[in-house]
Design a protein around this ligand. Structure first.
Ligand code: SAH
Length: 368
């Protein structure tokens, strides 16, 4: 008993999935439905004070308040773009900060959340990569982002229809927190989002893609960015460990678990690097006839980058070529770039603790 109690002391209950919450209540001799009551207060009514959860006994409320918390991340600053996009810098303690972005569109409203403080994967064209990596976020800090945004937006008569893990960090490198957090998002008693409206975007961690298929098969987006290994090794260094064919096989396995669903392949358009029609044709060879769609992302610049965005006519020609050859392709509209809130521009406030980024390791030399 003492172990169970110390294990929960000061535990932030945000982001704890229903089953784990039920187990926790059971160790206190409480019925499983207490977990449901708690989730309804938190996720449906937005109540974070245990004392206000009036359908629970006073003794239970006192115990919860003594041993647990329901704590949201704090906002450091907010910026609003001319196009309606909102970016928040959230205080993650110890002088660390992450960014979160709300993107309103006519048919949906998307919240783009972060999974790590910084990122260790070192993709060549990404501002977050430049910051280095500090730490993983907890499930509470991940779900807390959505609750926090919900609170602010509801007060303005808006709500969130979609959540994408496309902010800072590589979500599948923080599997232990991302999966429980995602479960809470899609639980009816949690945030109640449909599986199709929660997207995990990954640079291609193959073992975790397979595990995710079993554990929580939400929508999957894969940052492909190059149609051949030589180029992808340079742009997305994790490719040196999980090359394209291995990655695609994992994608097709993932898609096969959920009939009728497609994998989205993200492809950043870098001027003169990966944007020729020959690249488009190689991409067609990889994806045609597969449960795949392509989302072209015009490169968003940030200080000290060596890349430039492909011209609009090049992006259009690339898109048309893929579509004509049977690979469904759209171009992502750039949103919030006037406040540096667009894809790949999120920098937050990260003190790099790794100093061993992938590009520093002689992977290529060792393999050659
Ligand atoms: N680590 C995850 C989430 C990253 S952000 C992943 O790699 O998928 C979401 C998307 O933005 C990814 O496809 C990422 O490659 C892309 N991106 C990163 N930097 C960018 C930039 N400067 N311009 C446009 N897209 C970028």
């Amino acid at each position: 008993m003492a172990v169970a109690l110390s294990a929960v002391s000061a535990t932030n209950l945000l982001g704890v999935p229903r089953q784990a919450l039920e187990a926790q209540f059971a160790t206190w001799g409480e019925k499983p439905f207490r977990a449901r009551q708690l989730m309804q207060w938190v996720y449906q009514r937005g109540v974070l004070e245990f004392s206000e959860m009036t359908d629970m006994s006073r003794a239970l409320r006192t115990r919860l308040a003594a041993e647990c918390t329901l704590t949201l991340p704090e906002i450091d600053s907010e910026q609003r773009s001319a196009d309606g996009t909102i970016k928040w810098l959230l205080n993650m303690g110890a002088s660390q900060g992450i960014e979160m972005v709300y993107i309103p569109e006519p048919d949906r409203t998307t919240l783009c959340i972060s999974s790590q403080v910084g990122c260790a994967l070192d993709c060549a064209f990404c501002a977050t990569a430049q910051q280095g990596f500090n730490r993983n976020l907890s499930a509470a800090e991940i779900v807390g982002q959505v609750l926090l945004a919900n609170r602010i937006l509801r007060a303005e008569g808006r709500q969130i229809s979609n959540v994408v893990f496309m902010g800072m960090g590589e979500p599948l490198a923080n599997y232990r927190a991302v999966v429980p957090a995602t479960r809470v998002m899609i639980d009816d008693l949690g945030l109640g989002l449909s599986r199709r409206r929660v997207t995990i975007s990954t640079s291609g961690l193959v073992p975790q893609i397979d595990r995710l298929g079993e554990d929580c098969n939400v929508a999957l987006a894969v940052s492909l960015h190059a149609p051949d290994d030589a180029l992808r090794d340079e742009l997305v260094p994790i490719n040196r460990i999980h090359p394209i064919q291995t990655l695609l096989e994992a994608c097709w396995r993932y898609a096969a678990r959920q009939s009728s669903r497609q994998i989205t392949f993200e492809y950043v358009m870098l001027d003169g690097v990966n944007d020729s029609l020959a690249h488009a044709d190689t991409l067609v060879d990889l994806l045609r006839g597969r449960p795949a769609k392509v989302n072209l992302i015009p490169f968003n610049p940030f200080p000290e980058t060596r890349f430039q965005r492909s011209p609009a006519r090049v992006i259009d020609a690339f898109r048309d070529r893929l579509n004509q050859r049977g690979v469904r392709t759209t171009t992502r509209r750039t949103r919030g770039d006037d406040i540096d809130a667009a894809c790949g521009q999120l920098a937050g406030r990260v003190a790099d603790r790794t100093r061993i980024r992938l590009s520093d390791k002689p992977i290529r030399a060792a393999g050659a």
